[in-house]
Design a binder for this molecule. Structure first.
Ligand code: HEC
Length: 694
């Protein structure tokens, strides 16, 4: 009897120990995936996007060819990093349409369409993109544009549970959307949201991976009504509230700070790192007229993983007002700095600097710019940047480096512990900022408070922008985070180069705006292989091993925010449908030739008064430019190139919503017929100005 009790007690103890080891992250499969697998966005918790595979090398990469591809049936931007485990490749597209493929043959095993209402496209600043998915045991987890977290059965693609992540009580106040990948950390899944450009209150939340039940939630800006939220952020609300002025449009627009992309996890220190986005509205004059740091805009905030309570924060850009987001990849590594081993967190956000932080304490170890910058005059002893007062804009336009496209945006960064280098696409650009006189926010549309699009301000804007455009540059950059300097750079033709991935055989893979997927020597930057993809791959690639063969997979689907900036500058290349491309050594599959594009129709004659055209220009900048390009150049559809039939249907499209299923919702709630008329007049004027040119 006694003996049996003892045996039972020993067994129970064994089970407990196994549980404790799992909880400590020791045998968590996501912490150390099998060498041939790629089971989370950044491959493992360090998010280095570093694979130990070595079958493909500098010597044989020239033989890399297509093993298979899938036409994704969309011209939309594809920003997702696929995942791989157990012979199956998982991928997700615009509108969160998610598929599983036999990773060897490309045969589709299942597709799940969460039926995101297409009108929701209006709430995504930069197209209805999805940057990735998460995996846990038998589940694939997606976060949908309209705010649902859905766990799918990995075998069948059938939903297992669904959770609404957007607060019910602010549904008619804030235009939230999800574009970032959810991340699984142990037994919880963490996801943020987007919407800072339209005006929302940022937060991050953790959910139980098995049930979808809420674990904790943390708000990243103060409650506009001055109340507590009953959430994990309550104890520090006082501290953050003091960094905002008492009045200001943050109260209407929520302040922003959305964690719309990178979120990371340190299983040893049990911390979740949250990279936060820009402020809303952007102009601090309107947002928080008394100034202030406006916590937690453009910050890295560390939370205790078990209960979401505050651990530390480092604000990269105090009082942000240039659309700088600090949501870019956050990579963990152990580096030897000044002879000491340091546990670091690295980020190269939009603001042009490369940051190395102590990830236990949040203290700045070092930061250096990798492109031309003029917003930051240096750091004080506490690591606080000294923001250049000359770049805080009023109604008189000023030129600021970098611009809102960012020196390095969401395009995934990689780090190789072998070379000690970080790899990311970098972009040198300036932008002209000015505040709009007498601006008032409008819910559910782009809310920057920016202006200077007419009269003398416009003249000055154009002059300054010419200066900025003259030193615009783009590279693949390899950065030494210890020396804080460039190791090597490969110049690339334009902005929008894709995410990086690096292997133990010293190969860096990256999509380029030459519309290629390329492999570079991780030590020198020498181009070793380049494959014409017919559409620039902006997403991050992965590599996996199946039946003794190493594969490389990437989505090639030009689009999203980068394409908006590029098209805004008049650059649009003929391109193919988005595709998922999978390569192996000796692959022989060919892509079909590019289809011919239709000639540009001649614009109708000018109409409307100068005043109407100017009014149309401002309305266009506020309401349409986010999808149809600055100054109506490019975008999801170039509106300078409308056919006579489309001109005739203009009001039915813009006010009647007849194209809502294509993602062009009605704007009748915010535009009167005479407003649509003014926008139409402006577009006809722009079409005539540029006819025969770009
Ligand atoms: C959230 C993104 C978004 C915004 C904002 C937006 N559009 Fe669109 N628009 C689209 C999409 C998507 C399409 C369809 C593209 C396609 O055919 O694939 C479209 C199509 C159109 C078309 C038809 C073009 C053609 O050649 O078929 C017109 C006209 C148009 N939009 C006008 C406007 C105007 C005017 C505004 C501002 C009031 C606006 N759009 C704002 C996304 C947007």
């Amino acid at each position: 009897m006694k003996l049996r009790q003892l045996a039972a007690a020993v067994m129970l103890l064994g089970a407990c120990l196994a549980g404790a080891a799992w909880a400590a992250g020791k045998v968590d499969p996501l912490a150390s995936p099998l060498p041939g697998a790629w089971t989370s966005d950044g491959r493992d918790y360090s998010a280095q996007r570093y694979s130990p595979l070595t079958q493909i090398t500098a010597a044989n990469v020239g033989k890399l060819g297509l093993a298979w591809y899938d036409d994704l049936g969309t011209m939309r931007g594809i920003e997702a990093t696929p995942l791989y485990a157990d012979g199956v490749l998982y991928n997700t597209l615009a509108w969160n349409i998610t598929s599983a493929y036999d990773a060897k043959t490309g045969k589709k095993l299942w597709t799940y369409d969460p039926q995101v209402p297409r009108e929701y496209g209006r709430y995504a600043c930069c197209e209805p993109v999805a940057r990735g998915l998460a995996m846990s045991g038998n589940k694939i987890i997606i976060g949908t544009l309209d705010g649902r977290l859905i766990a799918l059965d990995r075998k069948t693609g059938k939903p297992l549970w669904t959770t609404e992540t957007f607060p019910e009580e602010t549904k008619d106040k804030y235009a939230y959307s999800i574009t970032g990948a959810p991340r699984v950390f142990g037994d919880m899944v963490v996801v943020g949201q987007s919407g800072g450009d339209l005006g929302v209150r940022g937060f991050v939340a953790a959910w139980d991976v098995n049930t979808g039940k809420k674990r904790w939630k943390f708000f990243l800006t103060p409650n506009p009504e001055g109340k507590l939220d009953g959430e994990a952020s309550d104890p520090i609300m006082d501290m953050i509230r003091k960094t905002w002025s008492d009045e200001g449009m943050w109260k209407t627009l929520g302040g922003g700070a959305n964690p719309w992309d990178s979120i990371a996890y340190d299983p040893v220190n049990k911390l979740v790192f949250v990279g936060t986005g820009n402020s809303s509205p952007h102009s601090q004059f309107y947002r928080s007229p008394g100034g202030g740091d406006n916590l937690f805009v453009c910050s890295i905030v560390a939370l205790h993983a078990d209960d979401g309570s505050y651990a530390w924060h480092y604000q990269l850009v105090p009082g942000e007002e240039w659309d700088y987001t600090c949501t870019s990849s956050m990579i963990q590594a152990d580096l030897t700095i000044d002879g000491k081993q340091r546990q670091v967190l690295m980020q190269a956000p939009k603001d042009g600097f490369f940051y190395v932080l102590d990830r236990k304490t949040g203290k700045l170890i070092s930061a250096k710019p990798h492109v031309k910058t003029n917003w930051n005059l240096g750091f004080d002893a506490n690591g606080r940047p000294n923001v250049n007062p000359a770049v805080r804009y009023d109604t008189d336009p000023v030129l600021v480096y970098p611009g809102p496209g960012g020196a390095h945006n969401w395009f995934p960064m990689a780090f190789s512990p072998k070379t000690g280098l970080a790899y990311f696409p970098s972009y040198q650009s300036g932008f002209v900022y000015a505040r709009q006189e007498g601006w008032t926010p409008q819910p559910f549309r782009s809310n920057s408070g920016w202006g200077g699009y007419s009269g003398d301000a416009l003249k000055k804007r154009i002059e300054l922008q010419k200066q900025a455009d003259a030193d615009e540059k783009a590279w693949l950059t390899a950065w030494d985070p210890v020396k804080q300097q460039v190791a090597w750079q490969v110049p690339l033709p334009r902005h929008g180069n894709g995410g990086a991935m690096v292997t133990a055989s010293n190969l860096v893979f990256e999509g380029t705006t030459k519309q290629t997927y390329a492999a570079f020597d991780a030590r020198t930057g020498k181009v070793l292989w380049e494959f014409p993809t017919q559409s620039a791959p902006v997403a991050g690639g992965i590599t996996y091993m199946l039946d003794g063969v190493q594969y490389v997979a990437v989505n090639a689907g030009w689009g999203g925010g980068a394409a908006q900036v590029e098209r805004g500058a008049g650059t649009e290349l003929p391109r193919a449908n988005a595709r998922l491309l999978v390569f192996k050594l000796g692959g022989t599959k060919q892509l079909p030739p590019l289809a011919k594009t239709d000639p540009i129709p001649q614009p109708p004659p000018l109409r409307g008064t100068e005043a109407q055209i100017q009014k149309g220009a401002q309305l266009f900048a506020d309401t349409c430019a986010q999808c149809h390009g600055r100054l109506a150049v490019g975008g999801v559809k170039d509106l300078r190139h409308l056919t006579p039939e489309t001109h005739a249907k203009f009001n039915d499209i813009v006010l009647g919503g007849i194209y809502k299923d294509k993602g062009m919702a009605s704007f009748a709630d915010i535009l009167k017929p005479e407003d649509a008329e003014a926008i139409h007049d402006y577009l006809i004027a722009r079409a005539n100005e540029d006819w025969g040119g770009k």
